[in-house]
Ligand binder design. Sequence first.
Ligand SMILES: [Zn+2]
Length: 107
Amino acid sequence: MVRRQELLSEAERTLGGMTRSKENFPDPTDRASLESDRNAMLRIRDRERKLIAKIDDALKRIGDGSYGSCQECGSPIGLERLKARPVTTLCIGCKSDQEAQERRQRV
Ligand SMILES: [Zn+2]
């Protein structure tokens, strides 16, 4: 429980720091560029984290011999597709199924 409280107050401090640092830049242009810099940084970090996870996963699949096979239907993904997207886990058919499903869920 103590640990949890530490984390919470840590999060509050971080948020407080973010708010305060905004106040240090009264010029709206500076503030906007600081804001977009930070958003860009967060987006990049997020993308990097996801890509690293995908690469780790691909390496694991190379290790256990399942790399290059579709995780959905088990058929070979295809060399051209792997060359274009080395971290993909789905063959083109399953990928477009998945995308169609995601589109339906968004509606
Ligand atoms: Zn498939």
